[in-house]
Design a binder for this molecule. Sequence first.
Ligand SMILES: [Zn+2]
Length: 269
Amino acid sequence: MKKIIPILFVFIFGIWFVINNPFTEENYNTNGQPNHEQVYQGDLLLVNHDFPVKEKYILKDLVNALQTNTNNYYTVLYNNTLISEHIKAPFEALMEQAYYDGISTFLVSSSFRSFEEQKKLYNEYGSESALPAGYSEHNLGLSLDIGSTQGRMEDTFEGQWLAENVWHYGFIMRYPENKTHITKIKYEPWHIRYVGLPHSVLIRENDFALEEYIEFLKEEQIIHTSVNGQDYIIKYYDSEQFSEDLLPKNQTYTISGDNQSGIIVTIEN
Ligand SMILES: [Zn+2]
């Protein structure tokens, strides 16, 4: 009986440990620092070779881009072209503006990709043309590849128009020609990424890559800006210092992690 008690204790502790494993990734990052879940969610996540998407936080609010294209302002190449529901309105507004500017020849060729689809692409096309699962922005549901039915984006008016206009609608050109040394991705005049206002405008005005913009926010910590007559305050917090008490009580705001260790709160002022 005396022997059974310690065995029983080890057994019960073992079961408790398996259920409540305190050393899982959710509670601690690789440096042993506690994480805040918000770090891995939101429109400002930096996804690149160093910071992959965490599959657990992939957006669940995906809608078919075909259903948003009721006016046929553009063409969608595949039936199952998914985007996050909250970027549907700004994307529609962007395409509507293009239509009124005389362009109805945009061709959406890619949008959200699951880890499974990304894995398939990587295995099929290799590291020259595709990224491993989690390392592509397409795993976020906030990026789209938009081509032209008239030719290569770098040669067409559509390409020029997109690069001039995406910023006003919360989107950025994620892989510009002059930032390949930072993004480590070749020039992609077709790949747009949603980050929201006023961030897209600030990125454009300062000629930042998203990598540089996140660094800029980290250094500045508080930024006051105004876009389209709307004043904004942007606050950057290290996740260690962040708590829900710091969120504004009576103002509209959005919140996003940077996929590293920071949390960015954007307040309409
Ligand atoms: Zn792309």
